[in-house]
Design a binder for this molecule. Structure first.
Ligand code: F6P
Length: 545
């Protein structure tokens, strides 16, 4: 594909002009006054999600220019090449086909392999879920990064759908303080360990897997060795290494599944164990529906495309450096962590596909906490800090509480849910509306110091407003809606990565630290600091032993 770099396209120049003449001073409050249809015009419906993008600093003209930019950067051709299975990860010489993992039989490349593993995995899952027979009560997933964050995020999000007789634990950190408290409460006879690692070489995962095996053998006594096969399972592309570890039940996947996109592969095993085969298939179907939306919907109404383009607008024209994610559902408490890997490992790059340095910014920092907790922590900065940080609210209309609870509890929970949703709406409203010093002057602030003049206090109580946000609305958290939500995020980061002309699918940035760690490890035994910089040498001496 002969595609110009984004900053060399005509659309980029027009966007620059548009930003200079209208974008920089765009005022959301004025926009809503002048355009009564704004909320409808800038809302988008996609499978399982309706997104209100109208509280962003853009209008239809901006959107159309961004769509032109996408076309001039060959977004649709790049997307189609990915979906066809072409090598779109050139630095690793790989296709990128996580979409094939959730496509119906026969509808995508590698369908036979994918469905063979999926069927086998889901059959096995149902055997383990028959806890009276399997004897399993606890599932411990040992993995890190993409082999941890997806299942760790989804299992609590699907709380209402979980098997009541199984408890799930996640161990990722090489720090033993992660695994020790998990093992403390467990009985090896009732525990299933999943060793999840695409490569089956990752230091943290191998260390924890070895420790788990030692703990298991100690706990089981003489029959421990013979029982390993029933209590350890591996999800990996490196079946040989798993078997050398002594694991014989292995569910494989392929090098065209990136670690951070692997939730849909065998790496999703904890999710499948938690919710069962039918619900897991429903999650895949939800993701597939979003894939089709991304593949088939014109860019003007294509949710992942529009969000990815807004990211470019904010990062490269407004110069915003971060985006905050605020899921107003406690089940999504690990979503920000999941998105940090998905987005920053994908788009935290500084060279284009040919290795040429880029003159423009790429991935923003992605961070957040569930609402309402974040409101009582860092929202102060979002409202009055010196940086403008676009916020992404996620609101879920209906709760998924246990319907067997007493009527009084149900009523209390319904009331709490209304409070939650009101908070969510109030925050995006407050960010946009702000509060003038004049309004602040008219208010009585109960805790305001009497020693200060009214104007001084009012200035402290002034909010600039005009702070942008998006609100994604889902009906409920279900396997299908979560599948769609996660697939939407995957495609959105593909969009911004494609505009920036980077490889969103490699992660060379994690390698240097790994290599240096391997060089430092033996020095902890010997104390040798020869050739180290002064800081590292002194710290090593202080930390060892
Ligand atoms: O360190 C980065 C990384 O390679 C991620 O991309 C990946 O998700 C994680 O490590 C875990 O890798 P693996 O699944 O091979 O253990």
């Amino acid at each position: 594909m002969n595609i110009p770099r984004c900053d060399q396209t005509p659309a980029w120049s027009e966007l620059k002009h548009h930003y200079d003449t209208q974008g920089r001073d765009f005022d959301l409050r004025t926009a809503f006054q002048q355009q009564p249809q704004r909320a409808a015009e800038l809302s988008v419906a996609a499978p399982e999600i309706v997104a209100d993008l109208s509280k962003n600093r853009w209008d239809l003209a901006t959107r159309d220019l961004l769509v032109r930019l996408a076309r001039e950067c060959g977004l649709e051709a790049r997307r189609d090449a990915m979906l066809r299975g072409e090598v779109v990860n050139p630095t690793e010489g790989r296709a990128v086909l996580h979409t094939a993992l959730r496509a119906p039989r026969g509808a995508a490349p590698f369908s036979d392999e994918v469905h063979e593993v999926l069927d086998r995995l889901l059959q096995w899952v149902e055997q383990v879920r028959d806890t009276a027979r399997s004897g399993i009560r606890h599932v411990v997933n040992i993995g890190i990064g993409g082999s941890d964050l997806g299942p760790q995020m989804l299992v609590p999000a699907l709380d209402a759908h979980l098997h009541e007789g199984l408890q799930f634990h996640f161990v990722s950190n090489v720090d033993g303080h992660d695994i020790v408290p998990v093992l403390r409460g467990l009985d090896p006879r009732e525990t299933l360990f999943i060793v999840a690692s695409k490569t089956f070489t990752t230091q943290e995962t191998m260390a924890n897997a070895n420790l788990a095996r030692t703990w298991f053998l100690e706990g089981m006594g003489p029959q421990g060795e013979a029982e390993i096969g029933r209590h350890f399972v591996a999800t990996t592309t490196n079946v040989q290494a798993a078997s050398a570890f002594g694991i014989h039940t292995t569910f494989g996947f392929w090098d065209w599944v990136g670690g951070r996109f692997s939730l849909w592969s065998a790496i999703g095993l904890p999710v499948a164990l938690a919710i069962g085969a039918d619900a897991f298939r429903s999650m895949l179907a939800g993701a597939h529906a979003m894939d089709r939306h991304f593949a088939e919907t014109p860019l003007e109404r294509n949710l992942p495309a529009l969000l990815g383009l807004l990211d470019v607008w904010y990062r490269n024209f407004h110069g915003y450096t971060s985006r905050s994610v605020a899921p107003y559902h406690q089940g999504l408490r690990r979503l920000p962590a999941y998105l940090q890997q998905l987005e920053m490992e994908s788009n935290g790059k500084q060279v284009d596909l040919d290795g040429q340095p880029l003159p423009y910014a790429t991935s923003p920092v992605v961070w957040g906490e569930p609402g309402t907790n974040g409101q009582h922590a860092y929202f102060q900065m979002l409202h009055q800090g010196s940086d403008v940080i676009p916020v992404e609210f996620i609101a879920v209309r209906h709760t998924s509480h246990d319907t067997r609870l007493s009527p009084a509890l149900q009523a209390g929970l319904a009331d709490q849910h209304t409070k939650l949703l009101a908070n969510c709406l109030a925050q995006s409203q407050a960010l946009m509306q702000g509060k003038s010093t004049e309004s602040a002057l008219l208010e009585q602030a109960p805790t305001a110091s009497k020693a200060l003049g009214a104007l001084t206090v009012a200035r402290h109580r002034t909010f600039p407003g005009n702070r942008p946000s998006s609100t994604l609305v889902m009906d409920r958290l279900t396997p299908a809606s979560l599948g769609a939500l996660i697939a939407m995020y995957e495609h959105r980061i593909f969009v911004s990565g494609a505009i920036w002309g980077i490889n969103s699918f490699d992660q060379w940035g994690v390698e240097l630290g790994k290599a240096l760690c391997n060089q430092l490890l033996p020095r902890f035994a010997t104390g040798d600091t020869t050739g180290l910089d002064g800081s590292t040498a002194a710290l090593l001496t202080r930390l060892r032993g």
